[in-house]
Each structure stands twice: as C-alpha cells, then as structure tokens.
Write a protein that binds this ligand. Structure first.
Ligand code: AHR
Length: 642
C-alpha cells in the first residue's frame, strides 16, 4: 500500500514550478519563432549577400550592388550600415532579380496572405519592384508589385500584400525589377498573415501555441550561451533589441560556430524578436518573465573573456535599467521607453538571472557587485545565480558554497546527463537545506548518447526517466522552485544541439515524448506537495517506481504521478488519507510505450503522447488502485473534499 497524506501538505508548489527555457539555438528565434521569412533582410550578414542569389539577363546594363552607409570616411554610424543599390535599364521579367532562400526554404501556405515590405530610396527613374513567391521548382505561386510612392531621395517604407496559391515547404522569394532607374533598398521582408495573435511582424503561431498549451510558469530568455557570446562584443545586450527593426543591430549568433555540434555559418541574431517581444510573449501566455543578463564574462567554454572589475558598471546598469524598463511607471526614463514602444502597462518583473553557466572566483566577484547594486534599489527582487555546468563536480561545490554564503535567492543548476543519471539523482534535493537559497533547475535533459553528441535522440527512455526524476523535483518543491528542460526548439533542417523539446520544419511542428512529460507536469502542477510513501519512505526507485503527489487548492483535487520504469506491470493501491469525501470518477492521463527507443516525428507526431482515461475511486475505502503498465508514466486527478 502506498499512502498519501492529503490532510497535511508538506510544502507549497510555486506557480513558477514548471517553465520553459528559450534560446536562439537550433534556429529557435531567427528561422524559428520569429516569423520573418527572409534571411539576411538587411544585408548585414558576414557576407552581405548571404542567402540571396542575384541573377538576370541584363546584369551588364543594370545591377544590384551592396552599399555601405559608413564607408569611405563617412562620419555617419549606423546599426544597419548596408543596403543595396538596384540599377535597372529597361529591365523586365528575368532581366534582374534576386532570390532569397529563406531559412532553409520558406514555408508557404495556400490561400494565406503574405506581407512583402521594404525600405526604399529612389535615386532616379521609375523602377517597379515585383515580389514572387516561388515553389521548389521555381514556379511563381503568388506575386505582388510595389511601385515606390515617393521619389524625394529619402528613405521610406512601403508594403504590398498578396496570397499564395499553393502550399510549399521549401519556397523562396524572387524580388525582380522592371523599368529604368536607380533605387536603394533595405530591410526586404516577408511575413505571413497568420502570426501569433495576428501581430504584424510577429511570431510563428504554431510554435507559440505549443508553449501556450503547456501553460508554463515562466519563460527564461534569451538563453543560454547566447547571453554570454563567444566574446563580449557578441554578448546579448537587451537595449539594442528595442525599437524599429531596422535600428536593431544584428550580431553573429554564438551557435554560428563549431562547438562539437553542427555550426550554421548563416546564423545571426537580427533581434527582430527582442526584449519587448519576449516580455509580451510572457504576458500573452501567463508566464513569469525570467531574463538572463551577461555578468561581465563571455562564454567560458571558449574565450573566457572578462570585463575588468573597474569597467563592470555598464553591465550592472543594464540590469538596473531592465527592472525600470519592465516595472517602472511612464515618468521614469526606462518606463517611458516601454510606454513609447506601445506598452505603458508594467510587466511586473520579479526576478532576473545574472550570468549563464559562469563559474570561478571571477564570477562570484562580479555577481557580488550586481547583487549589491540591485538589492540596494530593489530589496525584494530575486536574483538567479549560476552554478556552472557540472552538478557533480568540485566546481559546483565551490560555487554552491559561495552562493549560499552570499545569500543567493535562486541557484541555477544545469545537467545534461545520461538517462540513468536521472534515476540515480531522484533524491538529489532530499538533502538540500530547506532554508536559504532555492533551486532553479534551469537546463537539463537526458542524453540518449552523451552530452554534446549529435546522436542524442528524444526517445521514450529519456522522457520516461525525466518523468521519474521530476517526481523528485516535485517532492522537493520546498527547495526547487523552478525547472525547465533545454533546449526548447530545434529546426529539423538547421539544428546545432540535440535533444530538444519541440521540433519544427517550415510548416510543421511536433512535440517530443519529453514535451508531453513536461506538459503533463505543467498542466497538473497543483499548489501543495503531499507526502506519498510506501513503508514510510518516499517512492523513489523501489520496484522501479517513482512517485509524487500534490494537492490542487484551486480545483480541490489530489494529483498523483507515478513512473514505472520497469518492464513489468505493477499494481499499487493508493490510500488517500485525511479526506472527507472523494469523487468516484477520477481521471487518468497515461503516457506509455513498449519501446524505449520510440520517438515522435512530423509524420507520427503523437506516437508517444498521453491518453485520457477514467479511473475508478473506491470512495468508501478512500483509495484508488493504479495498474502501472511497464514503461509508463501515469497522472491521476481525483476530486476531494477536505
Ligand atoms: O541548451 C544549450 C546550451 O547548453 C545552453 O546555451 C547553455 O547554457 C548550455 O551549455
């Protein structure tokens, strides 16, 4: 018999308990949730015409050349220095064109409207700009024409919208020119109509819906290693991600480079998706925002570049200003910036991370400066502190000791480990101190092969062991206040790191078995931990069973979670002690598969996914009998009166 003590909850479960970790890795933002279809729209990539193919019969008489606003001794600086100059001479179809390949192609949908937009400056003459959506065979499947409205020699924006007449997963955009004249172009852009909440220039709705469906308690952004950058010039700077897209200076993505994974030479952060959009996303899906800021250290796996202590101020100021940007009223400098960007209502930011996977005395030294400055201004604001990357090693012990000594609010632990590690560590937090620093299990995932291997799979073995491990997180909600799997998204044609929670291509998206585990936890979170014991011990591996129980105050329900990682069916009677009345009809959400190598795919997206069933409750004896199938994870909800 397994006993659940419903009458005496042992700890609160924080609303933030289960969240998501977002990073622009695996084409997560550019080429991912940011719905822009044109790659290198502003010609700022390392190679200015990367992603574009210029061709045509009349290139001798006209041409397309890259220009630079800050060239030739000009004193003008710009966050977007390059543009193109199109010179057309009696051009017509096929004479002068430039084709954008998108992010491994463009996903185009039959009947959907596409908004083609650009910035132009007419130098002379009349040049018509045509935009053709083309399929994989090069045939047009939708087109629009844009005749620049103004010819005053100034930059202007203009847009034309048109529909696609076919669905095409590997489409492209052909921009071609007609007439005679010279026109400068920049920010050549194509967005679908069906963005998240229909916002122009917004996010890809099907990907965001996957997040919204999880009802995550928080969204951590923007990473991950991209916070740090390979060197400090490439670190993430939130202030540079605000305002008009053409003013957001791009940087090379840290995942552009080799790191034991699959580098993508065309990976840049355009910041079309910036901090305002991240905050707005959190607001949309009811998640607490958790921004992570650079602590004055670049990625320690690479350069380990440090900002000298006497030059740390701007970094600290960025943190203070971010709190003002998110929370202060419109009469403050940064509150006004937020309001001017269209969001006068504060975002109510409560926490922030300082550093990502940083370690050593250099980290502690820098963190202490942030902590002092932030707490002096905002005593209740919570700081998430890094504990490096090695949860079992000396470095971790060093950091953990130092962080606790400096009264860290939350310690961010990362573990990318083999599946068996997750079973072995289900009691990891049983012995953590209940007072002092709380834990944010900020990045973790079972690796079917090994850490940083391109052979890792999102298989059922990994997901099941994660489900078992998460019972340990839930049992220890007194200490663990937040947890998130990582990474979140991967583009099947452009990933650098695997495994990942959600996979996408240009038109499709699917959740892995791991996604369904995360979602089950998130949707069945509860508000209080209940003790669940067999022979007075937590069920944490005996007979290969792993279990936890919660009470949901809002719905008056008992929530039971049990993972059976063995290949034998097992039956357990769960005694629900301390209830007045139970509803006879419980609900069971069952995730199982006989094959531990089973995966989901675009073609079979729900191969490993939960099914809902009824489960009978013995209201007289106040128990429920759970038949726990081999290799299964079960979540049960039972209405109860206390
Ligand atoms: O999640 C992928 C990477 O793993 C993150 O960017 C980094 O924080 C960790 O090393």
């Amino acid at each position: 018999v397994v006993r659940v003590n419903v009458a005496q909850p042992v700890a609160d479960i924080q609303p933030t308990m289960w969240g998501v970790f977002f990073e622009d890795i695996n084409f997560g933002a550019d080429g991912g949730i940011y719905a822009e279809l044109v790659k290198n729209r502003s010609f700022e990539f390392f190679k200015p015409l990367m992603g574009w193919t210029v061709r045509g019969k009349k290139r001798t008489e006209g041409d397309i050349l890259v220009q630079n606003r800050s060239e030739a001794g000009s004193t003008q600086t710009s966050s977007n220095p390059r543009y193109i100059r199109v010179t057309a001479n009696g051009a017509n179809s096929g004479d002068l064109e430039m084709i954008n390949e998108g992010f491994r192609g463009m996903g185009l949908k039959n009947g959907l409207r596409y908004d083609f937009a650009l910035m132009y400056r007419v130098q002379s003459g009349n040049v018509k700009i045509h935009a053709d959506l083309i399929n994989a065979q090069g045939q047009p499947i939708g087109s629009g024409t844009l005749l620049p409205e103004k010819s005053d020699g100034q930059w202007h924006k203009q847009q034309v919208s048109f529909k696609s007449a076919a669905t095409e997963p590997k489409g492209k955009l052909n921009v071609w020119f007609e007439g005679t004249g010279v026109v400068d172009l920049d920010m050549i852009s194509l967005f679908p109509e069906d963005t998240w909440k229909g916002r122009p220039g917004g996010m890809r709705a099907d990907m965001i819906q996957m997040l919204a469906d999880m009802k995550p308690g928080f969204v951590r952004f923007p990473g991950g290693c991209i916070v740090e950058g390979h060197d400090l010039t490439q670190r993430y700077q939130w202030k540079k991600t605000l305002g008009a897209p053409e003013d957001r200076q791009l940087v090379i993505n840290r995942w552009n480079f080799e790191f034991g994974h699959r580098p993508a030479p065309d990976y840049f952060q355009t910041f079309g998706l910036g901090f305002l959009e991240y905050f707005q996303l959190c607001e949309d899906i009811g998640a607490e925002p958790l921004p992570i800021l650079n602590c004055g250290m670049a990625c320690q796996f690479n350069t380990a570049e440090l900002v000298p202590m006497d030059q740390l101020d701007p970094y600290v100021q960025d943190a203070i200003d971010l709190i003002e940007f998110a929370n202060a009223d419109v009469n403050t400098k940064w509150g006004k910036v937020r309001a001017d960007l269209g969001h006068p209502k504060p975002f109510n930011l409560k926490m922030m991370g300082v550093g990502n996977e940083n370690w050593g005395p250099q980290y502690i030294e820098r963190l202490a400066v942030f902590q002092k400055a932030i707490k002096a201004n905002y005593p209740n604001f919570r700081l998430v502190c890094s504990s490096g990357t090695d949860p079992d090693g000396e470095r971790f012990d060093f950091l953990n000791g130092k962080l606790r000594a400096m009264n860290a609010d939350l310690i961010d632990e990362h573990y990318y480990r083999r599946p068996e590690w997750f079973l072995q560590n289900v009691k990891r937090y049983d012995t953590y101190p209940r007072n002092g620093a709380k834990i944010f299990a900020g990045e973790w995932a079972a690796q079917s092969d090994k850490t940083v291997s391109i052979n890792n799979k999102n298989n059922w073995l990994c997901a099941l062991n994660e489900a078992a491990f998460m019972t340990g997180l839930e049992r220890n909600a007194a200490v663990v206040q937040m947890a998130s799997y990582a990474p979140l998204f991967a583009n099947a044609d452009a990933w650098q790191w695997t495994p990942d929670l959600i996979w996408v291509d240009n038109l499709r998206v699917y959740g892995t078995p791991n996604y369904f585990v995360q979602k089950l936890y998130s949707l069945h979170k509860g508000t209080h931990v209940l003790s669940m014991t067999q022979n007075n011990e937590a069920l944490a591996g005996q007979d290969s069973l792993y279990a936890s129980a919660a009470w949901d105050k809002a719905t008056s329900e008992i929530i039971l979670k049990v993972a059976n990682v063995s290949d034998k069916a097992q039956v357990r009677q769960i005694q629900l002690d301390g209830t007045k009345k139970l509803d006879a009809n419980g609900k069971l959400f069952l995730l199982k598969n006989d094959n531990l190598n089973a995966v989901n795919s675009f073609e079979n997206a729900t191969n490993v996914s939960p099914v809902e069933q009824a489960i009978a409750v013995d209201v007289k004896k106040k128990n429920v009998t759970m038949t726990l199938g081999p290799k299964s994870f079960s979540v049960v909800r039972i209405k109860a009166t206390m």
